[in-house]
Write a protein that binds this ligand. Structure first.
Ligand code: ZN
Length: 233
């Protein structure tokens, strides 16, 4: 077996481990990051408070209008009952009714405004509520899938670690060190195949003598351009 074949096999396992690890990180972050849910819940709570305040305001405004109307009715009733005969008193009652009716217009305007606000806040609350339900059900399904994938990957990872140990066994310590260094420098690809007389990673032509060297059982040959370990069949 050439020295580079062992490293090439090891790298195949290491690449799978890298991919599984990266995916596991992404899954972990996605499950932990519930910013969408938090924002939907905040929107729900905020619009709920506003709506309750507005509904309360509308009810108060209505009660004020009702009580003023009753007061006007009572005042008019005594005005027209015939019970009050004194012209001065009658005049006072008439003045009272006029002033109460003026005030009623103001209160009715306030009531209208309060009702409009209550309608708006109620619509906003409804919207936020259905959005929250939507986000909850979607994230629930997504997270369930992610948890399953996470379990599957964790299992895969265990068997990959065993594969790695097996791949590691025939490799000499100094070759392994060279491989590990290069993996760090070359974004995970330390060993590259020679295909069509060229480095599969950078495309540089690899001459026959270098290819022969790459088949050596003891030594490693390196691509003259990208510096990776060459592996030739
Ligand atoms: Zn190269």
């Amino acid at each position: 077996m050439s020295a580079s074949l062992g490293l090439f096999r090891l790298q195949q396992v290491d690449r799978q481990i890298d991919r599984a690890r990266t995916r596991l990180d992404v899954i972990q972050k996605t499950i932990e990051n519930d910013s969408e849910m938090r924002s939907a819940r905040a929107q729900h709570d905020g619009t709920n408070n506003e709506n309750q305040r507005a509904q309360h305001g509308a009810k108060n405004a209505e009660a004020e209008v009702d009580s003023l109307r009753i007061k006007i009715e009572h005042t008019e009733a005594s005005l027209y009952s015939g019970a009050v005969k004194n012209p001065k008193e009658l005049q006072d009652l008439q003045r009272d009714v006029a002033s109460l009716k003026k005030h009623l217009i103001v209160l009715e305007e306030r009531q209208l405004e309060a009702m409009l606000l209550a309608e708006t806040t109620s619509a906003e609350f409804d919207k936020a509520q259905s959005n929250l339900v939507l986000v909850q059900s979607r994230l629930g399904v997504e997270n369930q899938k992610l948890v399953e994938e996470q379990a599957e990957l964790t299992k895969q990872m265990e068997s990959l670690i065993h594969e790695r140990e097996a791949a590691l066994a025939p490799i000499e310590a100094n070759l392994l060190a060279s491989y590990e260094d290069l993996r760090k420098q070359k974004r995970g690809v330390a060993v590259t195949e020679v295909s069509d007389d060229a480095c599969a990673s950078c495309g540089t032509t690899i001459n026959a003598s270098l290819q022969q060297h790459a088949r050596s059982q003891k030594q490693l040959a390196y691509c003259p351009s990208c510096g990776r370990i060459l592996f030739a069949n």
